[in-house]
Design a protein around this ligand. Sequence first.
Ligand SMILES: C[S@@+](CC[C@H](N)C(=O)[O-])C[C@H]1O[C@@H](n2cnc3c(N)ncnc32)[C@H](O)[C@@H]1O
Length: 255
Amino acid sequence: MGLDSWLEAQKREEGYWDSVRKEGYVVTKESMYRFSRLLSLLYESNFLERTSQENLLDVGCGPHEGIFAMLHADESTKVGVDALARLYKGKSSRKIEPITGTAERLPLRNNAFNIVFCVNALDHTSDPQMAVDELYRVTEVGGVLSLMVHVVGLKKKAIFQLFHSYWFVKKVLLPLRYDRKIKLIFRMILKMLSIFYREDVYDIFVDGYLHPHYITLPEIIQMLRSAGYYLIHMAVMEDPWVNKLGTYFVLVKGT
Ligand SMILES: C[S@@+](CC[C@H](N)C(=O)[O-])C[C@H]1O[C@@H](n2cnc3c(N)ncnc32)[C@H](O)[C@@H]1O
């Protein structure tokens, strides 16, 4: 899974945000739900009060104002970065104008932010470990990473990897994509596999095109540790909007 699947996913992401804008939403209810869960965890960890008069960053904020829509922190400096920030440029009234950039190479100084947010974006990047290392670089020493990411079990990940492998997509799927009958048969096969696997294989197949990565809980914990973060608080819960678990983290960059 690399740049190819990221570019494919970003094309779909662009379509998704266009439909959000057409429906008139600034921030969707799904995002609001995840923001509020993450802010509750920040509150429980006694870090929420640190969001005033501080330098705040939201990476993968979406083409809108991201978690800042929910944060009353008028005296803080707020920076949002998103690979698709150009999409809404100047088109809506919002608290910030996000910068176009990638999480893997943040166009930002070292140790510049007191709190870094990253909500539902890590499994959308082309290289999650590189992105986590960059989040760490721009967090000040003693600063906080407030992260939400979806995780899956090994069975879901294996199905995802099979149907989104370079070989399968390029050699099997793309050559067949214009044939409606073959598409229908393929969909039926996926439905039948769902009975065998006891997982909605079709759902994983479709959802996978929006996600260059499916990450397991041990994998995300390992990524955060290897970047250098200390885990302060973690919550794992069902996400009412998708068939995956939502994990919420509060982490600190130590000395
Ligand atoms: C599911 S959206 C989440 C947006 C927002 N955080 C929210 O919760 O509403 C994922 C976002 O990550 C962005 N993204 C994907 N890959 C990225 C990358 N490598 N660097 C920065 N942003 C990226 C996408 O453009 C998209 O806006």
